[in-house]
Structure formats: structure tokens, C-alpha cells
Design a protein around this ligand. Structure first.
Ligand code: NA7
Length: 541
């Protein structure tokens, strides 16, 4: 620790994209700020998710900070979808450039935080037994940082190696010649499977839900393209901030159903050949109209049948849920990997896993002997990382109690919570978060929170707290927007359905990042409408 203070203006949880920028923003404004981070280094998601094949699925030139033009111009990405080590290097570069490390305490987990109504501050417990205090308590924990370790019978009995994609070892894991089993075919599994298959003696994929995936078509960036993106920094930044999803992609204006079959096929084919998430944003009604959705779903299914040579294998890989209502995936050779002789596929929906034995994985049909098991089973998303800490607001009531374990999750703008004064969540539940290009949504929240805290100081305010009615109205608006889409009709981590017993709630604001930013700005301009502020007892300096 650079200093021995234990009383700060602000304490921030996590040193990923959110925590690093929040620290910089508050420190620039003159607030004493301390970040606590469980890992040994910066990076958050990109520190923990080191599994083979881990890479970004937003284009790199948009998957970075834009708060500093100098930073944007100093850093050069190697390719369209860089791998995890490069993104981690970028975040280390940011930490070094802005000299952030002295204000970050690593290897320290925040276990709880209570609001002290007498002192008007937060009492924050660290896992080393220390308590620190802060006027503002801000979470930058990410939406996907609480790993989902399914409660498989006998998991502890397995004699081989066991890994979770979200907590991958820092040293290289060598699968050469080994019999590897992987459970899970979400983004992590789909990225890891082709890479592990190249090394393993045999890879058995345990699939519960087949996925729609499109080729990433990653490629190195041409120097001219990089030069142009740097030159157009201001325009790119503006477009990202005003967009639907945080990338400068035009908002689709056509319905998939108003064009001819031939035109649709051409558009989908072009998107497929171009790589990335183009199919998802081809038409405005893909995620709201079942028939429109089916056109995209059927297109991808036809591609799977084209790529996978064995018809029986292809059949098992065909998804049937509404395309895009689970996180759309992009891949490098995912379906092609199932043409390899050393890869087999087990459908654990029709024959579920009953037990992990000493030797491997047992389903209702067979036992698969393995040397290593990879759990690519995802995360307790959105609320999971927040509820891992014991956060208590006024009257000692916890966030868990307020949200009734997730059955009544309500926030104001996804950034604040009634009953929890001076508490802010970066990309919290009911903000655009994971259905946007994360750095854009993170920057917007950090800037909004930073401005709010400066406003409080300038106006001699001691506390700010969301009002219950404003929160209820926002939450209802979020639910109404979501209910008009197909997202709520699919079981996914978006809805919490991946965690047994977790109440089903769709906690992402789907109104688009541009419209959301405008709403947040309007609220600030109206003197933080929907919030109650209490003046400081001390005279304003
Ligand atoms: P995901 O997308 O939640 O995927 C988890 C996968 O694990 C998915 O295929 C699940 O099947 C499967 N799963 C989870 N629990 C089980 C059990 N008990 N048995 C069998 N299979 C299971 O997590 P990822 O880490 O891949 O991606 C998370 C996000 O990170 C991603 O969306 C990006 O935003 C980055 P299911 O589909 O639930 O049937």
C-alpha cells in the first residue's frame, strides 16, 4: 500500500476496465480513492479468463477506452479480435500510463460494506480483517465474475485435473495427448474447444444446449486501417456513444420480413463472410419477431449442416432457441472442429450428467474416462458478483434482502439503489451492460458517477440516494422494454436461468446505449431527478 490511510473519499471494488477508469476519474477530480482487487494484477475479467482461445468478440478498435485521445493514439491493436494476453497487456499499459497502481491494493477481497447512518460513510471489510471507511462505495465488479461451478455429484472425487474457464491457471496447462472433457458450449467453451482439440489426445464435448455461432474471421489489422481509426478518433467515439450497442454500427431500419428471401440470404451471407456479429444486427426485428428471428436461425443452421461432415454430428449441433437470445457467439473453427477424429460430442440434455467419478464423467448412458475436465459452465451473472459481498444500506438491510435474493432486483438506472446512500454500481443490473460494448457502457457510468460526486461536493451535499418511486418506475420501464423482445423467452444467464434456484429476471436495459446515455444526462441536468440529496452539516468551503 502506498499510504497507510484507512479513510477515503471513495472505495472502488475491482481493478478491471471499470475500476481503473473510476480511480483515474475521481483522482483527477481530487478525491482520495482506493481500489481493492482480489487478483494479483489489474485486468478483472481479462485477468481471470485465461483459458485457451480466450479473446474479445467486440472489434478491438472499439473495445478500449476513449476518455483519452492520447491513450487511444498511443496504443495499437494487432488484430480485429485480439487474444486475452493482448487485452491484459493493454490494461496494464493503462495502469502504468496513468500511474494507477499506487492507489490499488491487490490480493485483497472486499467481503462486506455497511452504511453508517451516524457517520454518513461506508464501513468496508477486507478479507485480511481490516476495516476501511469511505464516503462513497463504488462497485466495479463486472457482470460476469462469479463463476458457476455446478453442483455435480462427486465433483471432488475426480482424480484428474480440473479447471474452470473463469479461473484458469496462470501457467500453461498442457493437454498434449490427454483425454480431455469439456462441459459447456457458451462463448468460453466455443472459444476453447477448437484450441484444446488441437492439443488433446481426445476431446469429449458435453453439450447441454447447441449454440448459434458465426465465424469471427479474425485478421491482423493493416497499418492503414489503424492510421485511419486513430485519425477518426472523435467521430468513432461520438458514433460509439450514440449507437445502439456501443459500436459504430448503423441501427438497422429494415425488417427481415420485408425483403425477399434472396436479399436476406445475400445479407446474411455477406455478414457470415465478413465475420463477427453482423447477422445479429442485420434487421431490426431479429430479436423481437419470431418469424424474423427464424430466418437468421435457419441460415446459421444451414451453415452448420454445410460445415459439419457427419450428418448425425451436425444434427446434434443444431440449435433451436431464438437466435441471439443467448449471448451471440463468434468463433474460430468451432463447427469445423467436430470434423476431427479426436473430437466427440455428448448430448447431456438427452442423457444428463449424473455424477463425476474418480475416472471421469458419468451420464445416464455411459461413463467417459478422462485425464482432465474443463468446466466452461459460465457465471452467476449480473447480481452474482454484487451479492457475493455483504452490502448493507440503511437500517442494516442487505442488498440480498432488498432484492429478495434476486426475485425483486430493482435499481435506479442500474447505477444506484434506494436505501443505499452514496453507493454506485458501474454497469449494475438494469443498465445496458452486457448487451453493449462494455467499455462504452463502463465509461458512461464512470463519467456519470464522477460528475455526480463532483456535483455533491460543489453543492455541499453529504449524501445522495435513489428514491423508491423513481427506482420502481425505471425497473418497470426496463421490464417493459425487455418483455417486448424474445430475450425473456429463452433460458440463459441473461435471465438467471443458468443458476439452479435463482429467480428468473431479465436485468439488462435494452433501450440502447445512446438513448440510455441521454436519459442519464437528462436526469443529471435536472439536478439528479429521482434522487434525494442531504446537505452537509459542515459549511461549504
Ligand atoms: P455461458 O454462456 O453461461 O455458457 C455456459 C455453458 O455451460 C452453457 O453451454 C451451459 O449450458 C453449460 N452448462 C452450465 N451448467 C451446466 C450443467 N450443470 N450441465 C451441463 N452444462 C452446463 O458461459 P460462458 O463462460 O461460455 O460465457 C459467459 C459470457 O462471457 C459470454 O456470454 C460472454 O459475454 C463472455 P446451457 O446453455 O445453460 O444449457
Amino acid at each position: 500500500m502506498a499510504n497507510k490511510l484507512n479513510n477515503f473519499d471513495a472505495v472502488v471494488v475491482g481493478a478491471g476496465f471499470s475500476g481503473l477508469y473510476m480511480l483515474y476519474r475521481l483522482r483527477e477530480a481530487g478525491f482520495s480513492t482506493r481500489v481493492f482487487e482480489a487478483g494479483e494484477g489489474v485486468g478483472g475479467t481479462w485477468y481471470w479468463n485465461r483459458y485457451p482461445g480466450a479473446r474479445c468478440d467486440s472489434e478491438s478498435i472499439y473495445y478500449n477506452y476513449t476518455f483519452s485521445e492520447e491513450l487511444y493514439k498511443e496504443w495499437t491493436w494487432s488484430s480485429r479480435y485480439p487474444e486475452q494476453p493482448e487485452i491484459l497487456k493493454y490494461l496494464n499499459f493503462v495502469a502504468d500510463k496513468f500511474k494507477l497502481r499506487p492507489d490499488i491494493q491487490f490480493k485483497t477481497r472486499i467481503t462486506g460494506a455497511q452504511y453508517d447512518e451516524d457517520q454518513n460513510n461506508w464501513q468496508i471489510q477486507l478479507d485480511d480483517g481490516t476495516t476501511v471507511t469511505a464516503k462513497y462505495f463504488i462497485t466495479g465488479v463486472g457482470c460476469l465474475s462469479a463463476a458457476n461451478l455446478p453442483n455435480f455429484k462427486g465433483l471432488e472425487n475426480f482424480k484428474g485435473e480440473r479447471y474452470h474457464t473463469g479461473h484458469w491457471p496462470h501457467e500453461k496447462v498442457d493437454f498434449t495427448g490427454k483425454r480431455v472433457g469439456i462441459i459447456g458450449t457458451g462463448s468460453s467453451g466455443v472459444q476453447a474447444i477448437p484450441v484444446i482439440a488441437e492439443e488433446a489426445g481426445h476431446l469429449t464435448v458435453f453439450q447441454r444446449t447447441p449454440q448459434y455461432s458465426a465465424p469471427a474471421r479474425n485478421h491482423p489489422y493493416a497499418p492503414e486501417y489503424i492510421r485511419q481509426s486513430k485519425e477518426n478518433f472523435n467521430e468513432i467515439k461520438k458514433q460509439m456513444r450514440e449507437s445502439q450497442g456501443g459500436q459504430p454500427v448503423p441501427i438497422p431500419t429494415k425488417s427481415a420480413l420485408e425483403v425477399s428471401k434472396e436479399e436476406r440470404e445475400r445479407v446474411y451471407n455477406d455478414a457470415w463472410e465478413n465475420g463477427g456479429l453482423g447477422i445479429f444486427s442485420s434487421y431490426y426485428d431479429i430479436t423481437i419477431n419470431e418469424a424474423a428471428n427464424e430466418t437468421a436461425a435457419e441460415f446459421i443452421r444451414s451453415k452448420i449442416c454445410e460445415i459439419v461432415k457427419k450428418p448425425e454430428m451436425a444434427q446434434k449441433l443444431l440449435p433451436s432457441y431464438y437466435y441471439g437470445t443467448k449471448r451471440p457467439i463468434i468463433d474460430t473453427n468451432y463447427y469445423e472442429t467436430f470434423n476431427r477424429d479426436n473430437v466427440s460430442l455428448v448430448d447431456v440434455k438427452s442423457s444428463p450428467i449424473v455424477e463425476i467419478t474418480q475416472k471421469g464423467i458419468k451420464t445416464t448412458e455411459a461413463e467417459y474416462e478422462l485425464d482432465a475436465i474443463v468446466l466452461a459452465t459460465g457465471f452467476d451473472g449480473m447480481t452474482g458478483p454484487l451479492l457475493k459481498m455483504d452490502i448493507r444500506g440503511k437500517d442494516g438491510v442487505s442488498l440480498k434482502e432488498k432484492w429478495m435474493g434476486g426475485a425483486q432486483t430493482r435499481t435506479y438506472l442500474g447505477v444506484a439503489k434506494a436505501g443505499f446512500p452514496n453507493f454506485f454500481m458501474i454497469t449494475g443490473p438494469e443498465s445496458p451492460s452486457v448487451l453493449s460494448n462494455m467499455p462504452v457502457s463502463i465509461e458512461q457510468h464512470v463519467e456519470w458517477i464522477g460528475d455526480c460526486i463532483e456535483y455533491l461536493r460543489e453543492n455541499g451535499m453529504e449524501t445522495i440516494e435513489a428514491n423508491v418511486d423513481a427506482e420502481e418506475a425505471w425497473s418497470q420501464h426496463c421490464r417493459e422494454v425487455a418483455e417486448a423482445t424474445l430475450f425473456t423467452k429463452t433460458d440463459s444467464w441473461y435471465t438467471g436461468a443458468n443458476i439452479p434456484g435463482k429467480p428468473r429476471r431479465f436485468l439488462i436495459y435494452l433501450g440502447g446505449v445512446g438513448a440510455y446515455r441521454q436519459k442519464c444526462d437528462e436526469i443529471a441536468e435536472k439536478g439528479y431527478e429521482g434522487f434525494t440529496m442531504k446537505p452537509s452539516k459542515k459549511p461549504v468551503p
